[in-house]
Design a protein around this ligand. Structure first.
Ligand SMILES: Cc1ncc(COP(=O)(O)O)c(C=O)c1O
Length: 340
């Protein structure tokens, strides 16, 4: 089976398994664990922040960031296709008591004019803007990378109004690879940032939230509140350390296979995909022209040995990762051709 549903299916490397066997088994919820602290320090260093806190998932790092930055009733501004808004079950409202306002965007980048208009102070009739969130790479925008100039402009605008910025960087290192910069060059344009070691970086579990020392200290209390304190998390952190040390530089290979896929699909039918839209390892394929639904396509491709996720009624999402080589891509392209 050629599994293109997500980069989260990547299995740990031998070096990860080895490091997991040798990891410390401290109680991270009680006195802290040595390996977890090492991962947090490494994550902070890579993102250019003062501190980091290890958590079980990207969803939790985003939720904890919102809880830490905001207070009940605050407004959170974010691009309307944001993962936080559409795929995290409304935690932003139900758990943090914040209210979201979606901003129209292009390839995941918020319209700056609209963002400027929506930032507001507290009045008798409105709660103040409490937080602005960005997302890079942007999942719903097909793995699009926010331009650094955009991030800088959002951060400057937020600072002008005394509003903090959080960036959902679940695939931060893919964005860095696409921009040919290191992660801290991106993260300098945000007050807090999270990234996942569990996606293209191949570790089995975990995400790290990074920010100032004071922010992370407060975030640790919210992590506990939402049940995110892990006990003997050393082995998970150990795999995360190997992920950061050995898996970042190869992400460009996944971007190259995604390009190969988009080019092959375009050759079948130019309406399916355009390699110019593919910046990282996500390929959104528009099968609207076929008259069949994404669910039908996904089932038909499954029958040909290729697994993909429906992203909308008429869009499929293909995600490339470490276990996908050029031959798998060619087989996937052939399967799409056969299913037409
Ligand atoms: C942009 C983005 N943010 C957050 C998440 C959530 O991560 P997790 O699945 O670890 O909760 C994802 C997952 O795909 C994502 O793509």
């Amino acid at each position: 089976m050629i599994d293109l549903r997500s980069d989260t299916i990547t299995r740990p490397t031998e070096a990860m398994l080895e490091s997991m066997r040798e990891a410390s088994y401290g109680d991270d919820s009680r006195d802290g664990d040595e390996t977890v602290m090492q991962l947090e320090a490494l994550a902070a260093e890579r993102t250019g922040k003062e501190a980091g806190a290890f958590m079980p998932s990207g969803t939790m790092t985003n939720l904890v960031a919102v809880l830490t930055h905001t207070q009940r009733g605050g407004e959170v501004l974010l691009e309307q296709g944001a993962h936080i808004l559409n795929s995290e079950l409304g935690g932003i409202a139900s758990l943090s008591g914040s209210f979201h306002r979606g901003i129209a965007g292009t390839r995941g980048a918020m319209d700056l004019g609209q963002l400027r208009e929506r930032i507001r102070p507290m009045t008798r009739n409105n709660f103040a803007t409490a937080l602005i969130c960005m997302e890079t790479t942007h999942n719903a925008a097909g793995g699009a990378v926010l331009p650094l100039a955009h991030m800088q402009a959002v951060h400057a605008l937020a600072r002008e109004h005394g509003v903090p910025v959080h960036t959902d960087g679940a695939r931060l290192f893919n964005a860095a690879a696409a921009l040919n910069v290191d992660a801290k060059t991106i993260a300098q344009h945000t007050d807090s940032v999270c990234f996942c070691v569990s996606k293209g970086l191949s570790a089995p579990v975990g995400s790290v939230l990074c920010g100032s020392a004071a922010f992370i200290e407060r975030a640790r209390a919210f992590r506990r509140l939402v049940g995110g304190n892990m006990r003997q998390a050393g082995p998970l952190a150990a795999a995360g350390i190997v992920a950061l040390n050995t898996m970042v530089n190869r992400l460009k290979e996944d971007h190259a296979t995604a390009q190969r896929l988009a080019a092959g699909l375009q050759r079948i039918d130019a309406r399916l995909a355009d390699p110019r839209d593919v910046e990282t390892n996500l390929v959104r394929v528009d099968i609207g022209c076929s008259g069949r639904s994404a669910a039908q396509w996904s089932e038909a491709l499954h029958g040909k040995g290729v697994r993909v996720s429906p992203a909308s009624a008429t869009t499929l999402r293909f995600v490339t990762h470490r276990h996908i080589g050029a031959a798998d891509i060619d087989a996937a392209i052939a399967a799409v051709a056969a299913c037409r």
